[in-house]
Design a protein around this ligand. Sequence first.
Ligand SMILES: *[C@@H]1O[C@H](CO)[C@@H](O)[C@H](O)[C@H]1NC(C)=O
Ligand SMILES: *[C@H]1O[C@H](CO)[C@@H](O)[C@H](O)[C@H]1NC(C)=O
Length: 402
Amino acid sequence: MRFYELATCQLLASVIPGALAAVITSREYAPQGSSDKIAPKAVIISMFDPEAEPWFKDEELNLDAQKIKVDGLSPLFPEISCTENGDVCQITVGEGEINAATSMTALTASPKFDLTKTYFMVAGIAGIDPKQGTLASVNFARYAVHTLLQHEIDAREIPDNFDTGYVSFGTKEPGQYPSELWGTEVFELSEALQKLAIGFAEGAELADSDKASEYRALYNSDDTANAVKGPNVQACDVATGDTYWHGEKIGTTFAGTVKTWTNGTGKYCLTQCEDNATLESLLRSAKAGLVDFSRIIVMRTASNFDRPHPGQSAADSLLTASSGGFVPACENLYRAGIKVVNGIREGWDKQFKEGVKPANYIGDIFGTLGGTPDFGPGPVSLQQQRKRNTESSLRRRGVAVY
Ligand SMILES: *[C@@H]1O[C@H](CO)[C@@H](O)[C@H](O)[C@H]1NC(C)=O
Ligand SMILES: *[C@H]1O[C@H](CO)[C@@H](O)[C@H](O)[C@H]1NC(C)=O
């Protein structure tokens, strides 16, 4: 059954954007003067309404000024919203990996926009590891790791010598570097831009709530000192998976995944469902010259912890507890995010139009955009990797390698 499910999920993820491109090409792509195109300085990427709403309360920004219908967006969120002069736009991509990748591809393929100089900012809520940060904090990622892209054995059937049910593709035990790579395992973003964004966001007065304040005090272990402080702005990497995981043990597992897959540089901190998909879409559009991968910011505010506090079960923490973090986290997307957006707008002529040169490797595990990843298996040609993936897949199913 697993193979069938796998095939289905791949089919959905690959066929939808393909069909979409055909629709866009046939229905929408009419030659236009580039002057007709909207060329935003910044695009804010939300996943669902509570993340988007705080931005629309800003009457000066006025994101309601232009509503632009784009074929291929989520049926729930069929329009891009832009300011009067088009210098800032907002997209709600929908939740989960498939929605994020498909909606972003629809936007970047649309002839209504020129996004070659645009800064993209993912602005969403996330879970946070209490060892790394706290409720309502504002976090900017350098690495996005697709931690759910591996084998899973249900906890009740884990072998005695395994400490987790998660095993990288192409390996036989937990904790190994994957030899089978699908290409979206790890994304690395510009650290120079991440630092500038943190600098802008630090100028924001962050929201908090009494309830969040009381709740974070319950994380009173020696290793969770970061959880009991008030909301702050910091660097913090993201882990992606459509499965909304929760708990100490699974968090520890994925902390290991992030560490192994980024070759020790990335640190597990935030959990969410879209960033790798959004980044894969932007990566392919960057390869096509439609966007610039050095102009991407991932900002996630913490709406909840990714595990229980001492004395609480994982199920209670996930399903019944109310941490008070959701409302201030959504508000802080705007409060910190508008500082970043305005920083880019105000510094446009001086710095941002030209671009911020990245000092670190940026891109995916294959080096698709050029350069050499500081993570990944090292030099392997795409042809070799395809062969490895086929062989690994056949080995897993006991089929003789041809
Ligand atoms: C990352 O770690 C793996 C496993 O130890 C190793 O094979 C690979 O060469 C490393 N990659 C880089 C870029 O250092
Ligand atoms: C997804 O994004 C997260 C963080 O944004 C990153 O750590 C992860 O490697 C990414 N994975 C994929 C497959 O894009």
